[in-house]
Design a protein around this ligand. Sequence first.
Ligand code: MN
Length: 198
Amino acid sequence: MRTLVIGDIHGQYEALYSVLLKSGFRNQEERLIVLGDIYDGVNPECCIDFLFTIKHLVCVMGNHDQAVMDAGIREGISDRYISFIDGMRPYFEENGLLFIHGGFDPRKPFAMQDIYDFNGSRTLPHMGWEAHQRGEDFIVGGFNEVYVGHTRTQIYGFFQPLKLGNLWMMDTGAAPGCGGYLSVMDIKTKEFWQVKCS
Ligand SMILES: [Mn+2]
């Protein structure tokens, strides 16, 4: 059974549907890990309805999803979407792999950091990119691999999932107006599929 990881969806329902189709994802057998920022953009509720059809689904909370929970704008949003967002995890860890929306600060104890660090931090990509610039391999301690969204690969000039040591950046700019792609990747083989977003 494959496990695929997908970057920030930002309400891009057509891209979500298309990229999973492209990847050959089987929604009753295979697993999808979503890195957050689902409830945003034009069609967030269609995205969630579609995600409900996936049997093995893991979602981590993005800052945009968190904002829905925080801002009191939950009025007018159906209960099933609210409980979906409410059920998103701060992060997901399995077999030495960490899936988290923003990241965390590796210079501070993991246990001292909260949901706002997990979904708002850009420290890991920044440290990873600086190490890359120095020609060094960036290794996030304590994990075999770390997958983040939130910080777009475009800021470093890339339009594909970006590997910086054991850090994988998966947000390739699907948000409306970013002119990037929604990307999904097989966590084992690192094969990935993309759909252009507008
Ligand atoms: Mn984000």
